[in-house]
Ligand binder design. Structure first.
Ligand code: COA
Length: 321
């Protein structure tokens, strides 16, 4: 028995901010950002919230899947930028869409969040703990960026992507690979509030994203091809059997390096980072939704997916569409 994605949806904030727009407010240029990252523009939230974008993406995914909110009995949101510490983003989505029968919780695996959610939902579905799962990757990263750090803030955007999953008789998820390396967590980090109580008085300073770009780059171009290769082999397939590689959208140079290491043409790695930037946990489901709505995904096609980022964390999956 497999686990199938039966519907996808996504939501991006209304406001588009181009590289030229950023060049008006900081010392950068379209040329620097485009050549080093492939990013041309990103959507940034004004009134939109992580839960609001998640609920909008969820509604589209449910419509695409042909299920109602009453059918959903599990909601998992991968996010590092929920609107509240509690309630979770998943509980807010549950309330917004009226999925009264669902168990709902968030997970934090940064840019691998959607992929981790996929594996957790797979386990719930396969044990019979749930029948129809809604998984979401959603971020309002712009609120945790240091807008004075031009080497980091230009890379990221806001948005949400969702997928509805059910058990299936054939196809679906064929193999999964997942890992973490907490010892290297400091290369991509964001501090939360610190102890502040009658015993410890500290200023209430909230943290912003701090990244060692070159270390993260090295991690990605080494780990992602290895993880994808392991997953494809575990699925009993070869790299050439994979129709599309739906990878986390961090940087075009990372995608090109992965394509080169796997010896596959870049056309098999669809791109959304040019108009979205890096949206952490939301990148993979937004890309998948774009592929789905463009009609790229046909039944029987093999899709390899991979998420990687903060933690450090990574996760890959091969699924038959
Ligand atoms: N605009 C213009 N110049 C910039 C800039 C910007 N937005 N950001 C940095 N620079 C400058 C630096 O100050 C530096 O100038 P200097 O040489 O005078 O000191 C120069 O550009 C090169 O900086 P460097 O950090 O060495 O660039 P890089 O080639 O390593 O590229 C990244 C930086 C972030 C694009 C690259 O390291 C990367 O893509 N890393 C992976 C990041 C990632 O994907 N993170 C998320 C993973 S989930």
């Amino acid at each position: 028995m497999g686990t199938k994605i039966i519907g996808t949806g996504s939501c991006l904030p209304e406001t588009i901010v181009t590289n030229d727009d950023l060049a008006k407010i900081m010392d950068t240029s379209d040329e620097w950002i485009s050549t080093r990252t492939g990013i041309k523009e990103r959507h940034l939230a004004k009134d939109e919230t992580t839960a609001g974008m998640s609920a909008a993406a969820a509604r589209k995914a449910m419509e695409n899947a042909g299920v109602t909110a009453q059918d959903i009995d599990l909601i998992i949101v991968g996010t590092v930028t929920a609107d509240h510490i509690t309630p979770s983003c998943a509980c807010e989505v549950q309330a917004a869409i009226g999925a009264d029968n669902a168990v709902a919780f968030d997970i934090n695996a940064a840019c691998s969040g959607f992929m981790f959610a996929l594996n957790i939902a797979h386990a719930y579905l396969q044990t019979g703990a749930c029948k129809t799962a809604l998984i979401i990757g959603a971020e309002t990263l712009s609120k945790i960026m240091d807008w004075d750090d031009r080497s980091t803030c230009v890379l990221f955007g806001d948005g949400a992507g969702a997928a509805v999953l059910q058990k299936s008789d054939r196809g679906g998820l064929l193999a999964f690979d997942q890992g973490s390396d907490g010892a290297k967590g400091s290369v991509l980090s964001c501090a939360d509030r610190t102890n502040n109580n009658p015993l410890v008085k500290t200023p209430r300073e909230l943290g912003y994203v701090h990244m060692d770009g070159q270390e993260v780059y090295r991690f990605a171009v080494t780990t992602v091809p290895q993880s994808l290769t392991r997953t494809i082999e575990a699925a009993g397939l070869s790299v050439q059997d994979i129709d599309y590689f739906a990878l986390h959208q961090a940087n075009i140079r990372i995608l090109q390096a992965v394509a080169k290491r796997l010896k596959v043409s870049e056309e098999r790695l669809p791109v959304s980072l040019d108009h979205c930037g890096n949206i952490s946990a939301a990148s993979v489901p937004i890309l998948l939704d774009e592929m789905n709505r463009k009609g790229l995904l046909k039944p029987g096609m093999k899709v390899a997916m991979s998420g990687f980022g903060g933690g450090l964390t990574w996760a890959s999956a091969v699924l038959e569409w």
